[in-house]
Design a protein around this ligand. Structure first.
Ligand code: SF4
Length: 666
């Protein structure tokens, strides 16, 4: 299929597009989608990086899938599609890609070329796959102790599904309800995985998925895993400079990059107990390991005491400009030195064990010991990575925190552009970045800047295909400035009246703080409160289902929600005809990463408000407003209970980032 004939690709794309009506029930061609296909084709053929803002309804996924798959097949390249979350990944792989492939495989270019047999693979991080060894061990506690706790029962059920081939072994498709803390007990863990030495290697879901990826034409992954591959596994099929990359939900990319390089040490989670389990395998190295561990313990506790002292009674202590006191840096460096000594001793002990083990091979013993070494060394390496970043000269945010289980040191980059410039774009040289919100204030500059891309990067802002005369953006006359101390009280009163009198069946009320949400909920009349579903009372999916049930039954339903309801929620038609935004969604400057970033900008004479807070608020506002119009015949209004949208100069910029053109202030 290797062929670089551009007219053949264009002809195949045109033929595919004309097949779409048969492949998709209810498909109607949109000018915005055609513009997107054209732009994506151009970026792929020139091997450029480009940004496309594609509002809801433009058919964004097909806009990149059709040209992406056809170009990859015809040019013998790999198409890597990265989404923000693993669940979006599954949605793409199970629904959108099969539909696109159906239309593509029926297409023919003018000279008879076709694209058939396109192989698609899903790539997720290790930790999203089950480890057969861990699952067997967890489920076998039921046989050993005849235990019938809910946890053991769910492990037994998970194993039953897996053994019968009814579950593929990934976290996102598991139908057994399992909290994250429980999932970790059976999940794949790089530190304890023995790889090819494992008796289950051939049936291991993670390694089976890795094999599939090697021969796939289209790889569907998520930002977290892709970033991990690009930074840690240079020969991964996901880190190939010749591939075509599509970053969907690309507005999350800067934060994902920052999160990928954040580090922490939780002082209560010391590996001393795991070290005790390791002792039987240490042989004659035991004495030296013991000595090294003793040194580490002393310094570990000294650092913990220092953190306690600096925190005092507070929950968080941030270092100005991310610069901790030199004495503490020096203490942490000493700790790093001693941990490195311990790691070297353990590496030697592991080697000696391997030599001994080959001469006296006992079934199962080697695997168990390898896992124990891996568990301790994994924790040691994590601590060393954090210490290295915490004590480095690099500009980063650095702070201390007190959590339920004890105190922590934390460090994180505050700016994604450095990594993007030096590590991401040299690999993902040909990338299409797309999202419904990439131009937060009507401009691409903030996103370009945060991703280290130049002003000359091609951008395209598509218009919404929906008729926005059916919708309105309003700021009621009686609301106050969101920074006014009386604002919260006015919102409580306003919401009480609004919900009592409301004619709209489906309403979403977005809050910027949990406290304000709870206060508004508590202030409602008991009878009115019954129509409100409060975030936190149920899982998000259960709230959505209950909301739709109530509306189907002819009742009204109001959702009170925070950030997780401001994005990714799809409630079309009668399920949502009013969105209420209680305050403009400005981030808090007390967040350590934002605050440190702000200080560094101020040092350079730049304004953190215009550089960070305003674009972020614009992006969030556009996402929340985007909840209203989900289908062609949707209608309704967005009420913003914060006067700053009409009184401040930046209000206009914020509106420019949404699909609305005017604000009614009445
Ligand atoms: S190869 Fe690793 S992850 Fe897979 S089953 Fe074996 S130990 Fe677990």
């Amino acid at each position: 299929m290797s062929n670089q004939n551009p007219s053949q690709i264009t002809s195949l794309i045109a033929s595919t597009y004309s097949n779409m009506r048969d492949a998709f029930k209810g498909f109607s061609p949109r000018v915005q989608q055609k513009d997107m296909i054209k732009r994506v084709s151009g970026l792929i053929s020139k091997k450029h990086i480009g940004l496309i803002e594609a509002p809801t309804g433009t058919g964004k996924s097909l806009g990149y899938l059709i040209p992406g798959i056809i170009s990859a097949a015809m040019e013998d390249r790999i198409l890597v599609i990265s989404t923000a979350t693993a669940s979006l990944q599954d949605q793409l792989a199970k629904r959108d890609i099969p539909n696109a492939l159906k239309a593509i495989s029926a297409a023919k270019s003018e000279d008879g070329a076709t694209v058939i047999g396109v192989k698609v693979a899903i790539a997720k991080g290790r930790e999203r796959h089950v480890c057969n060894v861990n699952l067997n061990a967890a489920a076998s506690t039921a046989d050993l102790f005849n235990e019938t706790t809910p946890e053991v029962r769910s492990f037994v059920e998970t194993k039953r599904l897996f053994d019968r081939g009814l579950w593929d072994g990934t976290r996102d498709t598991l139908e057994v309800s399992m909290p994250q803390s429980q999932w970790r007990k059976i999940a794949n863990n790089a530190a304890t995985c023995t790889g090819r030495n494992c008796s289950q290697f051939k049936d291991c879901p993670y390694y089976m998925a890795q094999e599939e990826i090697k021969t796939a034409r289209v790889i569907v992954t998520n930002h977290d895993y892709l970033l991990a591959c690009i930074s840690n596994i240079p020969n991964s099929p996901l880190a190939n400079p010749d591939s075509i990359y599509v970053f969907d939900e690309a507005h999350h990319l800067p934060d994902k990059i920052i999160a990928a390089f954040a580090q922490s040490i939780q002082f209560s989670a010391f590996w001393d107990k795991d070290m005790v389990d390791l002792l039987p395998w240490l042989g004659e190295d035991r004495e030296l390991v013991d000595l090294a561990q003793e040194r580490v313990t002393g310094l570990w506790r000294a650092c913990e005491r220092s953190v306690e002292t600096m925190l005092g009674d507070g929950r968080q202590h941030r270092f100005t400009l991310g610069e901790p006191p030199p004495q503490f840096v020096s203490l942490m460096r000493d700790l790093g030195g001693d941990i490195t000594g311990l790691r070297d001793q353990l590496d030697r002990a592991k080697e000696s064990f391997r030599k001994r083990e080959t001469s006296t091979r006992i079934a199962g013993v080697a695997t168990l010991a390898e896992m124990m070494f891996g568990k301790v060394l994994g924790q040691i390496n994590d601590a060393l990575a954090c210490i290295e970043d915490f004590t480095s000269e690099e500009n980063r945010a650095r702070w201390l925190a007190r959590e339920r289980f004890g105190v922590e040191v934390r460090t994180s980059p505050f700016d994604a552009s450095g990594f993007a410039k030096t590590r991401l774009w040299p690999v993902a040289k040909n990338s299409i970045l797309t999202s419904a919100t990439l131009a937060p204030l009507g401009q691409f500059d903030p996103v370009l800047r945060s991703l280290g891309l130049g002003h000359g990067t091609p951008t395209l802002r598509l218009s919404s295909p929906f008729d926005y005369s059916r919708a309105a953006l309003r700021v009621p006359k009686m609301v106050l400035d969101g920074s006014d101390p009386a604002h919260a009280k006015r919102v409580r009163a306003y919401l009480g009246d609004l919900i009592s009198d409301q004619k709209n069946a489906g309403v979403l009320v977005y809050f910027t703080s949990r406290q304000m949400m709870q206060d508004c909920y508590d202030a409602l009349e008991p009878l009115v409160r019954k129509s409100v579903l409060l975030q936190g009372d149920l899982q998000t999916s259960a709230i959505i289902a209950e909301h739709c049930n109530r509306i189907d039954a002819g009742a009204r339903s109001v959702i009170f929600g925070l950030d997780s309801f401001g994005e990714g929620i799809d409630l079309p038609g009668k399920y949502l005809t009013r969105v209420v935004i209680t305050r403009l969604p400005f981030a808090h400057m007390d967040d350590p990463i934002t605050a440190t970033h702000g200080e560094h900008l101020e040092e350079k004479g730049l304004n953190p408000f215009t550089m960070i807070l305003l674009p972020k608020a614009g992006q969030k506002l556009a996402q929340i407003c985007g909840r209203l119009m989900r289908r062609e015949d949707d209608h309704g209004d967005v009420l913003v209970l914060d006067k700053r949208l009409v009184t401040k100069r930046y209000g206009r910029q914020l509106v420019n980032g949404t699909s609305f053109t005017t604000v009614q202030h009445s």
